[in-house]
Design a protein around this ligand. Structure first.
Ligand code: ZN
Length: 1015
């Protein structure tokens, strides 16, 4: 749906000023208009075989040494000479878990010999993808050989002789095509019949053979050509994207950094056609809203609607304009806001009164969480493992088998220390040259602390994790003590963190972490420094370094540091390990010294740098360190991480999230969510109300205007980056559903963390409804069937596949890291208690036992929820307290309470907490029944595209093959359940002949959104 012209103009202005400017200067993440997550690897071949992408999938030359030549077009290129038999090999895991594949590159053939292999990727010669010169040597041929589907090939003869040619091969599985492009132009195409690329490769084990310049069937290279800028993408590139790559490499940069991802394959629908319930809508009454000067009003995203023929439609989704500042509320008075309802001419209005009062008081913290060891997960009422126990055990088992020295490898490497026997470096984002190395270690510290606290049920495991914590902390402590201290007594050293010089024999700071290039002069790093790389990246960020793979670029130094500090504090809190706290304090001091010297302007610039300035939750970690130590320096340090533009609009704090302005549209989702968690932590420690408003406003906007049905929030087509929030709020269909994926799993991990934090202040069911949604439909659904492998993105386009990585915990992306945390704390939000220990909150319906030590009672929850709409709480011990039970918003068919077998009269409004208050006796039981019903959840700006829920559980169909169009489902408008057959106990339903199951039980290809019509 298109927005009105003014808002488009405003959006563009905002965009250019605050987003594009940041993006444009870096470049690596939006290369030729294609988002970074689409790129698997890029080999420019300008003097080395390194992968320029963040994935560090460096290539190797085989049978010889690489020969780089001067070139008139590209300055430098790689020459392969058939006479030398050399070829290039790519790491076997490069093409793991891909659904589609595009390869582009420049090639200058030096001979017209036939059957020269440009590339050959696959299991072996019976299952592979290749690109080679034709049998007669006059053209180029792409070929896929499948063990089950036969051979597919294209032949093109449009190569320019004796010249550079840009060649591209695109395997688009969802549209079932194999296409080649020569010099930006479509050259040849063939249809792929019922084809799955994954079956061509050995996945996910990574035992593929991937060659440039050699066939899989041969032992020697046979390519006689020069090569330049080879790229592998996990998405099917479009004709115009390939044309852009072609033109941009020639310096004809007409469309570099184009923002909008191609909309070439997301189905389009008529804009003026009312869909779903909106076609029966007759009227939406106006509403009146109040606010105070300076603060944008919070306009409800749904309003009551009046439908024809007595149709009992749901609340109506209204899309309101989303101003980019607070100009409209700078004076007291009244004004009217007109909203839109997609496909409908009805214009709902909100009459806003702007008052001069002071803003409302922000809430105090009333609740406490229970420690992880206070709550244990139980078998369900049939004695079966719940999905929660299944997933927990996959992680605990593998985590117990890890070698902590692998997670310490890059720390020892940074400090120039010898590795102990058996230690092996981790892969993926923790390899020698990855500028994010050490990030997995931070997650690992948290995971073993949580596992230690959660394994009270198994003494051996408990001891295992206890030992791991000791070992990790002892080693890190030793290294930390070395920083800024002389190597030998009497030697020179630099103890002042603000005086760290460039590395020995280096003129400047750099981020070179290669074996030969890394500096290990820890004595010059300032007291307290700890990281898996030297301090240069921190210094370079202050000096304006951008995100990227070059030596003068950085990844995200503070992001990694946040994970490490959070892990150390988790260990301190789980086990009382004082050394862990000492390290955290020492590094906190180091950070304080450096950042407190910087002007605000520099800080604003740093924290608005795309990815480079990603600091995770450093503000949260520092505020938490203040809470633990009561040293106000750390709270001060936390505030140095304020993302001033996002939080407060500008350096004068004129608006921003604190005044309910959406300042995060189009920004990187997971870069910013942890900052909001930090704002809430600062509020907790300082009572400064603006920080609460930042968190509260952010949460409301994110859940209402950016969320997919599984609870995830990232996945933009515009901006063209699957890790970003959409460019305009409430335009998920227009700007979301990126072809590169949606729902980065970290982002949901962080949204749940924020939600849990907010609940301590405001006991709203909206919060715990969201928590339940994200927990069941994303976190539970993000783990592989038989291992702790887990998802990065969870894509929700038609016929998508969940891809799981890191089954053996040997190579972590960010999401592999946060999954270690998510799956060792699954029990942490079932129960909360009031700070005065008078009230227990029961939020989630998960088989579990709570030990409430302050009250000397335990509560056992027995259920097979969600396979039944019932749960039972049994009290052991006695005492007077309230039990507040969540009545979910989805429980619209009633919520029934029985205490000791007797029906209890309660006013159980959906979306509220009921209070059960009495002197509880040993053995008292509370039975709760909450009949599930089916409901549709449409995408806000494309109502016919909707997800189907049964109670809180998202239902998905298993898809037998790739698809481009949304699966169609038709329901009875008077009652959608009339169109659904099936058994709630087994959670298997049939609609129009299509089988639907919980999304967390679906592996392989799925649909979670459907094209819904009524009959
Ligand atoms: Zn992630």
């Amino acid at each position: 749906m298109k927005r009105d012209k003014l808002s488009i103009y405003l959006a563009l202005a905002f965009y250019l000023s605050s987003v594009l400017a940041v993006f444009a200067q870096s470049g690596n993440q939006i290369l030729d208009g294609i988002g970074e997550t689409g790129l698997i690897a890029r080999y420019v071949f300008e003097g080395n075989l390194k992968d320029w992408s963040r994935n560090n999938l460096h290539a190797e030359i085989k049978d010889g040494s690489p020969e780089f030549i001067e070139d008139t077009l590209f300055k430098k290129a790689l020459a392969l000479n058939a006479g030398n038999n050399t070829y290039i090999s790519l790491p076997g895991q490069t093409l793991n878990s891909i659904e589609s594949l595009s390869v582009t590159g420049w090639i200058f053939f030096k001979s017209d010999a036939d059957n020269q292999f440009v590339l050959d990727f696959g299991k072996d010669s019976s299952s592979h993808v290749s690109l080679k010169t034709t049998e007669d040597g006059t053209g180029i041929q792409s070929e896929i050989v499948s063990e089950t589907k036969g051979v597919f090939k294209t032949v093109s003869k449009s190569l320019k002789p004796n010249a550079w040619n840009h060649v591209a091969l695109v395997i688009d599985v969802s549209s079932e095509t194999l296409i080649t492009y020569i010099n930006g132009k479509h050259a040849a195409e063939t249809k792929l019949d019922d084809f799955e690329l994954e079956k061509i490769f050995n996945t996910p084990n990574g035992k593929n053979e991937l060659y440039i310049g050699k066939s899989l069937a041969s032992n020697i290279g046979n390519l006689d050509a020069s090569l330049y800028d080879f790229r592998l993408y996990r998405i099917p590139l479009s004709n115009s994207q390939i044309d852009n790559i072609f033109h941009n490499s020639l310096g004809q940069e007409n469309q570099v950094n184009e923002r909008h991802e191609e909309n070439n394959d997301l189905q389009e629908f008529a804009e003026d056609e009312p869909q779903l319930y909106n076609q029966y809508l007759t009227r939406v009454p106006d509403i009146e809203v109040e606010t105070v000067v300076g603060f944008l009003p919070r306009l409800p995203r749904t309003l009551d609607g009046i439908y024809i023929n007595g149709i009992n439609g749901p609340k109506v989704r209204v899309i309101w304009p989303a101003p980019i500042d607070n100009n409209v509320v700078l004076q007291p008075g009244k004004y009217t806001v007109s909203g839109t309802i997609v496909g409908s001419k009805i214009v709902p209005k909100a009459i806003v009164t702007v008052k001069t009062d002071s803003p409302s008081i922000t809430p105090s913290k009333l609740l406490e969480t229970f420690n992880l060891d206070a709550v244990s997960l139980d078998l369900d009422s049939h004695g079966h493992q719940s999905k929660f126990i299944e997933n927990r055990d996959k992680f605990i088992k593998t985590l117990a088998e890890t070698n902590p020295d692998d997670f310490l490898y890059m720390f020892r490497n940074a400090f120039g220390q010898k590795q102990p026997k058996g230690a092996k470096p981790l892969g993926v984002w923790d390899t020698q040259e990855t500028k994010l190395r050490g990030h997995a270690t931070g997650h690992y510290l948290t995971a073993i602390a949580q596992a230690y606290a959660s394994t009270g049920y198994d003494e051996l495991l408990h001891i295992n994790f206890g030992n791991k914590m000791e070992h990790m902390v002892n080693t890190l402590h030793k290294l930390y003590q070395m920083s800024g201290h002389p190597r030998e007594a009497g030697d020179n050293c630099v103890s002042d963190p603000s005086a760290v010089p460039p590395g020995p024999d280096k003129a400047n700071y750099d981020s070179d972490l290669s074996e030969d290039g890394i500096r290990t002069d820890y004595w010059n790093w300032g007291k307290g420094f700890i990281s898996a790389y030297p301090p240069d990246q921190f210094v370079m960020l202050e000096q304006g370094a951008t995100y990227g793979g070059q030596k003068n670029q950085v990844w995200a130094p503070y992001y990694t540091l946040h994970k490490i500090l959070a892990g150390l504090m988790d260990i301190y809190e789980a086990s009382g390990n004082k050394k862990a706290l000492e390290i955290a304090k020492g590094m906190g001091d180091w950070v304080h010294v450096r950042l407190s010297l910087l002007p605000t302007k520099t800080l604003i610039h740093m924290w608005n740098s795309y990815i480079a300035g990603e600091f995770g939750g450093m503000n949260e970690a520092m505020a938490r360190l203040f809470r633990i130590t009561n040293d106000s320096k750390y709270l001060e340090t936390a505030k140095l991480f304020d993302n001033i533009n996002v939080f407060f609009g500008d350096a004068n704090h004129n608006h921003g999230l604190a005044k309910n302005v959406d300042t995060f549209r189009g920004l990187h989702a997971n870069q910013h969510i942890p900052q909001i968690i930090g704002a809430l932590e600062i509020y907790r420690d300082s009572n400064a109300s603006e920080y609460y408003r930042i968190a509260d406003n952010f949460w409301y906007k994110t859940v209402n205007d950016y969320m997919y049905s599984i609870g995830g929030v990232a996945g933009a087509r515009n901006p063209a980056n699957a890790e970003c929030f959409i460019s305009q709020p409430a335009t998920l269909y227009e700007n979301g559903f990126s072809a590169s994926g949606q729902n980065e799993t970290c982002a949901t991990y962080n949204m749940l963390k924020l939600t849990r934090g907010l609940f301590l202040f405001e006991q709203s069911t909206d919060l715990m409804d969201y928590y339940e949604r994200g927990l069941y439909n994303h976190i539970l659904a993000s783990v592989a069937e038989d291992s702790p492998a887990n998802t990065y993105h969870v894509p929700l386009r038609p016929g998508s596949v969940k891809h799981f990585g890191n089954p053996d915990m040997k190579g972590f992306t960010c999401c592999n890291g946060t999954s270690l945390e998510s799956n060792t704390m699954l029990q942490n939000s079932i129960y909360f208690k009031s700070s005065d220990n008078k009230t227990l909150y029961v939020n989630l319906f998960i088989p579990s036992t709570l030990k409430w030590t302050e009250k000397k009672v335990s509560i056992t929850q027995t259920t097979t929820f969600p396979n039944e709409d019932y749960t039972k709480l049994t009290v052991k011990g006695k005492g007077k307290f309230n039990i507040n039970v969540r009545v979910p918003t989805w429980a619209s068919k009633g919520f029934f309470v029985t205490i000791n077998g007797k029906k209890e009269k309660v006013n159980a409004k959906p979306g509220s907490y009921i209070k059960l208050s009495r002197k509880w006796k040993n053995g008292d039981t509370i039975e709760l029944r909450m009949p599930f019903q089916f409901h549709l959840e449409p995408v806000m700006d494309q109502q016919n595209i909707a997800s189907l829920f049964y109670g809180p559980i998202l239902l998905a169909s298993q898809e037998p093959e790739p698809r481009k169009e949304w699966r169609k489902l038709t329901f009875d408008v008077s009652d959608i359940s009339k169109s659904i057959e099936g058994n709630p106990r087994t959670f298997k339903f049939t609609i129009n002949g299509v089988v639907l199951k919980p999304f967390y039980d679906i592996y392989g290809r799925h649909s979670t959104y459907f094209d819904v019509t009524f009959k």
